[in-house]
Design a protein around this ligand. Structure first.
Ligand code: SAM
Ligand code: SF4
Length: 340
């Protein structure tokens, strides 16, 4: 893909929001579509955006490059399932060329169903780490949670990634009555495989077919059980992200806890999120957004900069997530739309 708009020169002032937080991290939902239907993420009968509403890959690249010029040092491609978007490899290649030239890291979050076929190209493009969602190591439970998933295919994708040289971090959403009891075994498996593990509290994003309150597990409860089974030492690792980290003593395996409900992490937030239809959300948990697609199409990079500045001004101080029985989601958008 060749740029269709001229790249203007690097802007030196970092992007800072109204609360003094410097924005260095852009997450891009390259598609809201997915080949799985994880129960906590989507409804079985999800409606997806029409293709005509989407940014082209070229437009995504132009916007991402503008963010790099304005001080973003980390980009994550996510979704939906990023690897179901046709030609996503072209985008990875183009953005990968910025690694070491403004960009410190280009990474991906994936369900790994198609990872085996992409692992070599990701490494070649400069990707070094991927996050993979894996909520159970039991084939029947995995299929139940994802509604369609084939565990063997996903494990094959993870193995191919590791063989290609990608560092893998497993993401597991803790779910009462589904995988809560299994989490120590998942951590043990990660340690044996040399992967990191991040545990996530289920968040009230978008309507699903069940009440999230029925599945919500505070990670404080999960951590107590893990600490009884593993020698966990506090790890100073910081990514500027929401996780707090531990390490299994004597191993390289890091355990991250992402607890948006029980331990708010918004004070250190350094990220914004671009949807596949070109909306820039400054917070996962609020509806305020600016339309970068409209700006880019009407006024090129100049209008894009104005719109990005507007997003910085409206970035809220924090999310207000609550999981209450029978309550509506905090926002109607699913994680797959905003970019998880
Ligand atoms: N399809 C890819 C995957 O599953 O890794 C990338 C997109 S997915 C939306 C990104 C992450 O968000 C996954 O780790 C998934 O488990 C998590 N996720 C989705 N919906 C969530 C929710 N309502 N609360 C917490 N985590 C959620
Ligand atoms: Fe798809 Fe990821 Fe959502 Fe599961 S969590 S349905 S894999 S987007």
């Amino acid at each position: 893909m060749a740029p269709v708009l001229p790249q203007s020169s690097r802007v030196d002032a970092p992007m800072t929001d109204s609360w003094g937080r410097v924005i260095r991290y852009l997450r891009i939902s390259v598609t809201d579509r997915c080949d799985l239907r994880c129960r906590y993420c989507m409804a079985e009968a999800m409606t997806f955006l029409p293709r005509s509403a989407l940014l082209s890959l070229e437009e995504i690249a132009i916007i991402a490059e503008r963010f790099i010029a304005r001080g973003v040092t980390k980009i994550r491609l996510t979704g939906g399932e990023p690897l179901v978007r046709r030609d996503v490899g072209e985008l990875v290649k183009r953005l990968g060329a910025h690694v070491g030239h403004g960009l410190d890291e280009l990474t991906l979050t994936t369900n790994a169903t198609r990872l085996a076929g992409h692992a070599g190209a990701l490494i070649a493009a400069g990707v070094r780490r991927v996050n993979v969602s894996l909520d159970s190591l039991d084939p029947a439970r995995f299929r139940y949670i994802t509604r369609h998933g084939d565990l063997a295919q996903v494990l094959g994708g993870i193995a191919a990634a590791a063989t290609a040289g990608l560092r893998v971090k497993i993401n597991t959403v803790a779910l009462a009555g589904l995988n809560e009891e299994e989490i120590p075994a998942i951590l043990g498996w990660c340690a044996a495989q040399g992967h990191d593990l991040s545990l996530i509290e289920t968040m009230p994003l978008g309507a699903i077919d069940e009440d999230r309150a029925d599945r919500f597990v505070p990670l404080t409860r999960v951590f107590e059980r893990l600490a009884a089974n593993f020698d966990l030492v506090r790890d100073a690792h910081r990514t500027g992200g929401p996780a707090r980290y531990w390490r299994i003593a004597g191993t390289d395996t890091r355990l991250g806890l992402i607890s948006p409900l029980t331990a708010n992490f918004c004070d250190g937030c350094n990220r914004v999120r671009l949807t596949t239809e070109g909306k820039l959300y400054a917070c996962l948990g609020h509806d305020d957004q600016v339309d970068l697609k409209a700006a880019l199409r009407s006024g090129g990079l100049t209008a894009l900069d104005v719109a990005i500045d507007q997003a910085l001004r409206i970035k809220p101080r924090r999310h207000d997530f609550r999981i209450d029985q029978g309550a509506a989601p905090a926002v109607a958008r699913h994680m797959s739309v905003t970019g998880g």
